[in-house]
Design a protein around this ligand. Sequence first.
Ligand code: G6P
Length: 612
Amino acid sequence: MCGIVAYIGNKQAYPVLIKGLKRLEYRGYDSAGVAILNGDMRVYKRKGKVKDLETYAKDKVTRGSVGMGHTRWATHGKPNHINAHPHVSGNERLSLIHNGIIENYATLKEALIKLGHEFESDTDTEVLVHLIEEVQKREQLPIEEAVRVALTKVVGAYAIVVIDKEEPSKLVAARKASPLVIGIGDNEFILASDATPIVEYTQRVVYLNDEEIAVVNKSGDLQIKTIDDKIQTPFIEELDLNIERLEKGDYEFFMLKEINEQVKTIADCMRGRINAAEGWVNVGGVTEYYERIANAKRFIVAACGTSWHAGLIGEYLFEELARISVEVEYASELRYRNPIINEDDVIIALSQSGETADTLAALELAKDKNALIYGIVNAVGSSIARTTHSGSYIHAGPEIGVASTKAFTGQVTLLTLMAIHLGYKRGTIPRSYYLQLLNSLENIPSQVQEILDKNDQIQYIASEIKDATNALYLGRGYNFPIALEGALKLKEISYIHAEGYPAAEMKHGPIALIDENMPVIVIATNHSAYEKIVSNVQEVKARKGKVISIVTEGDKAIKEISDYCIEIPDTDEPLTPLLSVIPLQLLSYHIAIMRGCNVDQPRNLAKSVTVE
Ligand code: G6P
């Protein structure tokens, strides 16, 4: 949450900052602001999106080759101009941007008020800049030392950048539990929450570690220290990020682009990991720790949001194909309940961003208990990727639409590969079925394309149900998590209240809500429990519910009793989620567009939840 970007070098900073903020806007879009240093320090902030800031700053002086910018997802204090970052010290010498939460801000604020500091905003961040000012004044320290000493008094999570008007040729940055990447150009540095604002200027980056402080200056020097004052050697890495993947191309929204990219991203996730003709599957991260993973007593999946739904599918996959017992946990619950985790457990963290604070904290807890930590992550070099013992990238490329689509199918593809790999090696699936699954998996990308080709039909169905105020999604078995995911997609981008339920559970509550105004989306592919779900659809029809069904091509029974029906290609049951989710993504997308919603930046949400 919150995106930060900073520039120092020979270019004009403002355009670099604005472009960077637009790339980081997925992290929050409640307000935006910049500080530019050019003799004076000019700070411009606006409630709303980066484009509102741009309009506001259009006629203002924005010249200067040192600066920083922030896009906010509000935690402490309403989204307004005053609470927007950058925040400025009382003596107007320092300005600071922050991503994270200062947990002891109230105590610090009280102490600072006693010392005469006055605060304008309701934020935790403003306290930090006053604290640095106080240390700097009292101890007469250079800015990087004042920041370091101040941070020893702070409890919480932060990625910060600080500018000092009196030391105009440097930027100071620090991190703890919130990400910060330093791009190293020719006598210039671009610092940001992720690599997307950096990639067009340089491929060389340093990922700052927890409790490290960096100082960069105009002559091209980079120095890193820990908060307890130990000098560190910067570890420079090369980015592997294609700039085209950060642009919308011909699409109006990233979400639609990302839905359509799934033909390729699922194939990319499988590339080099499976060959049906030669009869092998190999997930590198599993092979590396095979003994511990294959002999695990239990897999515990820790995740949030859509990634948690992917984890639920993992439960069905691992239990059925590899006969390994699985628990799927909301990371935010797992981390706070003193869970029983043993050395022979494997914790699988699923995360698109690799930065979700709760998921990261759950991993650290499990690490302390000596479990093996396995990450399934999209963002290369992210905090979770760097915390795990082993893991696999899903290779979906940057996902920018806040509602996750291609990362979800990437996660499910990876879990499927792992389950087949482990199932075959552990002897829990016969070779013939194993080979069949490999073949079917290789066909998935072209089958996804077949579903995408039904876009017009799905758009029509969307137009028929777009005015609903509630919707119910039902599925059984592998399609139960898809019902949850379908409902989440609808509510997050169209603001229609939606719930996902196991189809049979409908009778224990939601059936009371069904009437002629309630669209009921039933995912009923032709596999186990099919007959049972036919009965569930009958129960919905008997209460006049409007049934939209997702069925396997050639289906008769459910098609006959549905109001609208979307057919998807047949595949083996464990692979069904990779297909059945696609029409639900498109359905939500079209409904949201028809309701005039900004699907890429739905209200109140952020893509990367780096606060708990
Ligand atoms: C936010 C995003 C979701 C995402 C969830 C978990 O809520 O809006 O799309 O599923 O965080 O994020 P992660 O990056 O850990 O998968």
